[in-house]
Ligand binder design. Sequence first.
Ligand code: S3P
Length: 430
Amino acid sequence: MSAKKMNYGQPSLQGTITVPGDKSVSHRSVMFGAIAEGKTTVEGFLLGEDCLSTIDCFRKLGVKIEVDGTNVKIESAGIDAWEEPKEVLYTGNSGTTTRIMLGILAGTKLHTVMTGDASIGKRPMRRVANPLRMMGAQIAGRENGQYTPLAIQGSTLQAIDYTMPVASAQVKSAILLAALRAEGTTIVRESSVSRDHTERMLRQFGATVDVEDGVISFAGGQKLTGTHVFVPGDISSAAFFLVAGAIAKNSRITMKNVGINPTRDGIVNVLAEMGAAMEIIVDDELAAEPTATITIETSDLRAMTIEGDLIPRLIDEIPVIALLATQATGTTIIKDAEELKVKETDRITAVVTELKKLGANIEATDDGMIITGPTALHGADLQTYGDHRIGMMGAVAALIADGEVTIDDAACIAVSYPIFFEHVESLIVK
Ligand code: S3P
C-alpha cells in the first residue's frame, strides 16, 4: 500500500487529456483474440493491472501475446489449440477476468484452476457458475462454486434459455462465450440492458448475434476470426474528470476519445440533467464502439433521482456521482443499485463512510444512498478499501476540499487508470 497526501489548495483545472483505453473492451479484445483463429491486433489497449491479468491468464494457456505500448498482438490457432496450464490462472483484482474466463474455460477440453486477490475471494461467482452448470459446465469452488479458487473441468455444453436475475455484463458475456462452444442456440433475456461490448465484438470477429428488445439469440459453433480492435477511451475513467471539471472552480476540461457506447453513457445523462455545462462532439464512427470529445466546465448543479434502467449504464460511476451530488443543490437519491455491494468492495458503505469524513451530508440505504448538497468538503484521512474507484473519488474530492486529503492506498488506482495522477497534475493551473 502506498499512502498519498494531497493538498491541492482548491485549484482551477484547465486543459485537454486523452482518456486511456476502456477496461471492458481491453479485456474482451484479448479474450476474443485468444479464442479466434489467426492474428488479432489491438490499438489503444489499457495497460491497467486488471487487463494485464487477462493477458497473463491467456499466456498460461499457451496463447502468444505481444505487448508494445498500448498495441497488443495476439496469435492463436483457436480454443482447441490451447494448452492445459500447469499453474493456477491468477486473475488479480479483476471480476471481469474471473467471471468471463469461467464461461470461456467451461467449454474447453482443459482442466484449469482460477483464483484472484482477497477482494476477488469475496465476490459472488455462483451467478456465473449456475447458468454455466445449466449448460453442462463442471465447476467446483468454495460454497458450491460461490467463491474462488474455482476449478473447471472443460466439458461439452448445451444451449440454454436464460433470464438474467441481475443486470450483469460479466454474467451475460460468460454465458455467450460458453454458448459459442455449445450445441444449439442460446437465448439470454435481460430486463435492464447491461453493457453490450461482447455482442459488438462477436460481430466484429465474424459471428452473427441477434438482439431484440433485450433478448439475445446466439447460435453455437460459430467461428471467430482474428481482426483489428480499436479500443475507445474509458468513459468510466473520464467520469472522474467530468466530475472534477464540473465541481472545481473556474475549470474547463476537454477529454478526447471518450467511448460513448449507449449502454455505458449514463453519466452523461446525469450531468446533463443536473445542469452541467458540457459539449459533446461525436467522432466519425471508426470502429465497433462510438467515441466523442467531451468538454465540461464549472457548473451550477441541481440534485436528481438516479434509478431503474439508468443504473446499469453508470454502475461503475456511482462513487464519483455521489461526490458530484455533494455539490448539487437539493437531495439526490440513488436507488436500485444494490449491485454496488458486490463490487471491488461494498461501494455503498465505502462511499458513504468516506464522503462523510469529508463533511458530506450522505446516508446509506439498502439499495443506494441519499445525498443533500451543496456542502463544503474539508481535509480528511480516507480509506480506499483497495478499490481503485474509491481511491479516485477521494482524489477528485481532494481537488475541491479545503485542507489535506490523504488516501491510504494510491497504488490500487493502477487497476484501471495507471496515469490518473499524471492527468490530475497536468490539469492543475499553477
Ligand atoms: C463489466 C461489467 C460490470 C462492471 C465492471 C466491468 C464488464 O460488472 O461493473 O466494472 O466488463 O463486463 P457486472 O457484470 O458485475 O455488472
